[in-house]
Design a protein around this ligand. Structure first.
Ligand code: LRH
Ligand code: MN
Ligand code: MN
Length: 386
């Protein structure tokens, strides 16, 4: 059996990054349900994120989305984050909300539009310099809706050219994380639709380019843990955008739709030596109908629970069963870990960290919700759905 104190130490050291956009109002294409007390600017998003960290102890950084989190002075924003006991994390680019990007951004047939997109990505690296962020997270809405609309191969060439320009601008210790997504908003062909395409581009770019796996960006039934195992084996897994899906890119709370899948993913992370700072655990979610801060706390706890179960897998017993071809025993070893109630263990970890064992109850008692409802009027939208 794995050593309990090592498991506890690993859990206490985990870092889960929360996304600034999860704190703002969001919705579907049909309706944004505004909630009371939501942040009106990036500063207030950070104040909320600091609450999540204060009660969980494992959410020390916040991802920004540019231009949703545009401010005059990013150094000042980083200093404000530090005052709140947190730090700024990945910088997410946005080349999908401008009329110019109707036919794509970095893959657009017009060189002037491509230049504009690349300039935005370069600006994101400038912001990373100011915030001290390590990761630039790139997701492209680029693609086509109709066969023949554009040349699939030429679009890949344009993508490679644009990425290379941005890659060349990265400083020491900075990384580019390339995110793939099966479809949407393009429906016929997406320019970075899968891990293979992302991997091929990252491989050509070099060591600082890594693939990011958004758990909501796959076809139903995809074996995501296999992708994780493969990318880790190739040293190309940069991190995760965690969320849950039932149908498409639902952005529901991670671990809500399929906690077993999350466990299987975390097991491959642990098994593949990916439980290090090199693999960023980020949330990428929206909370359309549920209270945002408790939902984010719940999501962090769901990742912790899956991680705890993954760390509890008796790997010696598992490999003995695998070597001897004992199918049932191998499966039983894995399921034993999955079926363990890890909530008491995590409660202990939290107590040892000086935290309340029940972060959601502690948050509710803190009065933060009442305070922000009173103080903040006219909260900001997360960025889309307007
Ligand atoms: C795209 C995506 C990407 C964006 C975020 C808001 O669907 O997953 O990571 O930056 O949503
Ligand atoms: Mn994402
Ligand atoms: Mn997404």
């Amino acid at each position: 059996m794995p050593d309990q104190s090592a498991v506890k130490a690993a859990l206490a050291a985990q870092k889960i990054e929360t996304p600034s956009w999860a704190y703002g109002n969001s919705g579907t294409r049909f309706k944004v349900f505004a909630q009371q007390g939501v942040p009106r600017d990036p500063w207030e998003k950070l104040a909320d994120a600091a609450q999540v960290h204060a009660f969980t102890g494992v959410a020390p950084t916040v991802a920004l989305h540019i231009p949703w989190d545009k401010v005059e002075d990013y150094g000042k924003l980083a200093a404000f984050a530090r005052e709140q006991g947190i730090a700024l994390g990945a910088i997410n680019s946005n080349t999908f909300q401008d009329d110019d990007y109707k036919l794509g951004s970095i893959c657009h047939p017009d060189a002037a539009i491509r230049r504009k997109a690349v300039d935005h990505l370069l600006e994101c690296v400038d912001i990373m310099d100011a915030t001290g962020s390590r990761d630039l997270k790139l997701w492209f809405a680029d693609g086509t809706n109709y066969p023949g609309q554009d040349d699939l191969r030429a679009r890949q060439d344009r993508l490679a050219e644009g990425l290379a320009k941005v890659y060349a601008r990265l400083g020491d210790g900075q990384r580019m994380l390339l995110e793939y997504k099966l479809f949407e908003p393009a429906f016929y062909a997406t320019d970075v639709p899968d891990w293979g395409t992302a991997y091929a581009h990252c491989l050509k770019l070099g060591e600082k380019a890594q693939v990011v796996v958004d758990t909501g960006h796959h076809a139903p039934g995809t074996n995501i843990e296999f992708i994780v195992a493969t990318l880790l084996r190739e040293n190309k897994l940069g991190g995760f955008d965690f969320n849950s899906r039932f149908y498409a890119d639902d952005d529901l709370m991670v671990g809500a739709a399929d906690p077993f899948q999350l466990f299987r993913i975390m097991y491959e992370v642990v098994r593949g030596g990916g439980y290090t700072d090199q693999v960023a655990f980020m949330l990428d979610q929206c909370h359309n109908i549920e209270a945002k801060i408790p939902a984010i706390i719940r999501s962090v706890m769901n990742v912790q629970e899956a991680t705890a179960k993954a760390l509890l897998v008796d790997r010696d017993a598992l490999s003995a069963a695998q070597r001897s071809g004992d199918v049932l025993e191998a499966n039983a070893v894995l399921m034993d870990a999955y079926n363990t109630d890890v909530r008491p263990l995590l409660a202990e970890v939290r107590k040892e960290m000086g935290l309340d064992p029940d972060p959601i109850a502690a948050y509710r008692r803190s009065g933060w919700t009442e305070k922000i409802v009173e103080e903040r009027v006219g909260g900001q939208q997360a960025g889309w759905g307007a």
